[in-house]
Design a protein around this ligand. Structure first.
Ligand code: IPD
Ligand code: CA
Ligand code: CA
Length: 274
């Protein structure tokens, strides 16, 4: 199957998932559960994951899948060949509370390299797509990152893990960033944060997240001209494209400065408040 044709199917499946999400919100009859302590998961997350898995299996029988709810087996990241990476609902807390930043994220990688991605946000009416080496689009219009050059004129997004005991070092980073940039956003969907860097609605995004949170959005941001990378070297056994620790994705002009600022925060350097 040609990559462009694959992407068309990914968009069709993501839209079908989006319709399920919108309908579930209208009906408001889904149950809430918790996994790993305080992490919310609804029955809609699981149902959408299952629907996408069935569609992908019909489309490409036997291809490996890494999906947040049903097949979160990360050992697949180390294997060569085709891999689907799926977050059925990115922004589950937003979904449950009635906010609009909710997305379906589907990426396809081959031999550890991202090739195609779709992030569909049904409440925002935004469908972001990208093909490796060919560009990125929002509702089929080509997109590109902001021309930001200065941190003090930049809008920076980030997020926090559900595990509260892992948040303290991130507050140190936040303290540095909030003193240096225009403002910050915590919109609650990593996939959309990356897409909003891609189309210039944000200038930068940094966070540590799981492969399903970022895979499609990372390709979309990169193809829109963002500089994508990590604050520290990646482990040798994992492809950098699929490694989500200490991600930094931004307009090219502020990447180095923001990276240095975040590493300064990690090193315990004092905040400059001018
Ligand atoms: C979460 C969102 C959030 C990020 C969290 C993710 P979920 O995904 O992407 O923005 O800060 O780290 O876990 O749980 O809504 O799929
Ligand atoms: Ca997610
Ligand atoms: Ca999710």
């Amino acid at each position: 199957m040609e990559l462009a044709e694959r992407l068309q199917h990914m968009v069709r499946i993501a839209r079908r998932a989006g319709d399920m999400i919108v309908e579930a919100r209208q009906q408001q009859n889904f149950s809430h559960q918790y996994k790993g302590g305080d992490e919310l998961v609804t029955e809609v997350d699981v149902a959408v994951d299952q629907m996408i898995a069935d569609e992908l299996e019909a489309l490409a029988p036997g291809e490996a899948r890494l999906t947040e709810e049903l097949t979160p087996d990360r050992s697949q990241l180390e294997r060569p060949g085709a891999l689907w990476i799926v977050d059925p609902i990115d922004g589950t807390v937003n979904f449950a509370y009635g906010h609009a930043h909710v997305a379906v994220s589907i990426a396809w990688a081959h031999d550890g390299e991202l090739q195609a991605g779709v992030v569909h946000a049904p409440f925002l009416g935004e469908t972001f797509t990208a093909l490796r080496g060919e560009g990125a689009w929002l509702n089929q219009q080509s997109i590109s990152t902001s021309p930001a050059e200065k941190l003090e004129r930049s809008l920076v997004a980030t997020g926090f893990p559900y595990a509260r005991d892992k948040r303290a070092p991130l507050i140190r980073r936040l303290n540095h960033v909030v003193h240096a940039c225009r403002d910050i956003r915590r919109n609650g969907s990593a996939a959309l944060d990356l897409c909003h860097v891609a189309c210039g609605q944000l200038d930068a995004y940094y966070e540590s997240v799981s492969p399903w949170d970022f895979a499609a959005g990372l390709l979309i941001a990169r193809e829109a001209g963002a500089r994508t990378g990590h604050l520290y070297p990646c482990p040798d056994n994992l492809p950098a494209d699929l490694y989500g620790e200490n991600l930094l994705v931004s307009a090219v002009g502020i990447h180095a400065t923001l990276g240095n600022l975040l590493r300064d925060a990690d090193a315990g350097k004092r905040v400059e408040t001018d």
